[in-house]
Design a protein around this ligand. Structure first.
Ligand code: GDP
Length: 426
């Protein structure tokens, strides 16, 4: 069985949660390797919706270990809330089901406070973060002043780490932004208590993942956000603060590159983007709103509306290159039903198709217009069930991106999926 990395090929919200949930029965572990609870993965099973922000999307499959790798930044309260929400649905996740690596960094109250204060102070120039403290937490990780999960289990170390960091943070909060100072004693007490509550889940994730491999099991690495939000490869500075590309799966979980067999890119059949930043294929006016409404394009984490555009092939082709995609999953094709014509960006004017511009601000998209279809697709279970113009649309995308399509998703529900490839079966 292969080890597979699943990543978003656009600006996130491509439907990764659904695809990971769909593939998860055949894996032994699902791993988050970057990001934090700024992700929002929506799973729909038999009409019942579950939104996850931190836990991997394997939670609904019994026997699948859910791993939060060292590359993730963790808000312990959110972890406990998600476990409680699952318990309320009758899914009790014990320490054998959830593993939290001790090297993962912890989102502290000063990260939350500074994320909000900085975004508010930027006004129109705000980055558009989810204000969950993710960026400030990664900053401290790189600056070597972060607090890791292991610190929450060691009272002496935690006190020392808070004492060496908080005075600087309070200076920024109070003197720069005019906010209220945070109390070291309060934070220490709160986070020691949280440490006790999560202690049972804390285990060397690399050991767990290597044991799965030794047994001949398979691992699914679940990316969050999308390729063009990657801090290196994305539309900087409107990016997230971690590497979202497939290469990050190794560093963020402690598994070597030789262990990865397949990389599946998730692409929405059109393009969306939440928050600030350039988007060449954006549709303005009523048509864009129509797509937003039909696709339910409102963020799972913040409820913010997502801007909508047509499928941008040069974008996804670049994602295919930098992630080393071996397969593509095309989602939300059903949302395009009812459009008489569907434009697709096939190139950027004057840009070589094997290259990608450093900035998308001035690119001029070249469109090809494909015929649309009216039929409701949600009951389709094979390509033959799709109207011919829809099949042509899917085939054209496969051709433009240059990666074979593994599955086509035609509805939010787990079952509304057309499997076209042989991943995990052949
Ligand atoms: P993720 O972060 O990539 O997992 O994406 P989100 O969960 O934020 O957003 C995807 C949204 O689309 C969710 O509400 C999903 O339930 C929904 N979704 C996923 N696949 C499909 C699909 O094929 N058709 C439709 N109509 N909705 C889908």
């Amino acid at each position: 069985m292969p080890n597979v990395v699943v990543v978003g090929t656009q600006w996130g919200d491509e439907g990764k949660g659904k695809v990971v949930d769909f593939l998860s029965p055949q894996v032994d572990a699902v791993v988050r390797f970057q990001g934090g609870n700024n992700a929002g993965h929506t799973l729909v099973v038999d009409g019942d919706t579950l939104v996850l922000h931190l836990l991997p999307s394997g939670v609904l499959r019994a026997g699948c270990t859910c791993v939060i790798g060292n590359g993730v930044v963790v808000d312990p309260r959110v972890l406990l809330e998600e476990l409680a929400a699952l318990r309320a649905r009758g899914r009790e996740m014990g320490p054998g089901d959830v593993v939290l690596d001790p090297h993962a960094h912890v989102i502290m109250p000063w990260h939350l406070a500074l994320d909000r204060l900085r975004e508010a102070a930027l006004g129109d120039r705000r980055i558009g973060t989810t204000c969950r403290g993710i960026g400030p937490c990664y900053e401290d990780k790189v600056a070597r002043r972060g607090i890791i999960v292991a610190d929450l289990l060691d009272p002496v170390r935690l006190r020392d780490r808070i004492a060496s960091t908080l005075p600087w943070k309070n200076r920024e909060i109070v003197e720069w932004f005019g906010g209220d100072p945070l109390s070291a004693e309060r934070i220490e007490a709160d986070f020691l208590a949280l440490g006790e509550r999560i202690a049972a889940y804390v285990r060397d994730a690399t050991a767990v993942l290597h044991a799965v491999q030794r047994r001949g099991g398979s691992i699914l690495f679940e990316g969050a956000q999308g390729t063009f939000l990657d801090v290196d490869h994305g539309t900087y500075p409107h990016v997230t603060s971690s590497n979202t590309v497939a290469g990050a799966a190794c560093a963020g979980s402690g598994v070597g590159p030789t262990a990865i067999d397949e990389v599946v890119g998730i692409a929405k059949a059109y393009t969306t983007r939440v928050g600030a930043g350039v988007m060449p294929s954006q549709i303005s006016g009523a048509l864009g709103e129509q797509l937003q409404e039909r696709g339910g394009e409102f963020g799972a984490t913040t409820g913010r509306p997502r801007r909508c555009g047509w499928f941008d092939a040069p974008l996804v082709r670049h994602a295919a290159r930098i992630n080393g995609l071996t397969r593509l999953a095309l989602t939300k094709v059903d949302v395009l039903s009812g459009f008489a014509e569907i434009p697709v960006v096939v190139a950027y004017e004057g840009v070589d198709s094997d290259e990608f511009p450093a900035s998308l601000t001035d690119v001029r998209p070249v469109f090809e217009v494909l015929p649309g279809w009216d039929e409701d697709l949600t009951a389709a279970r094979s390509l033959a069930d799709l109207p011919p113009t829809c099949r042509r649309y899917v085939a054209r995308i496969e051709e433009l991106v240059g990666v074979p399509i593994e599955l086509v998703s035609v509805g939010a529900d787990r079952d509304a999926t057309i499997r076209t490839g042989d991943l995990f079966t052949g």
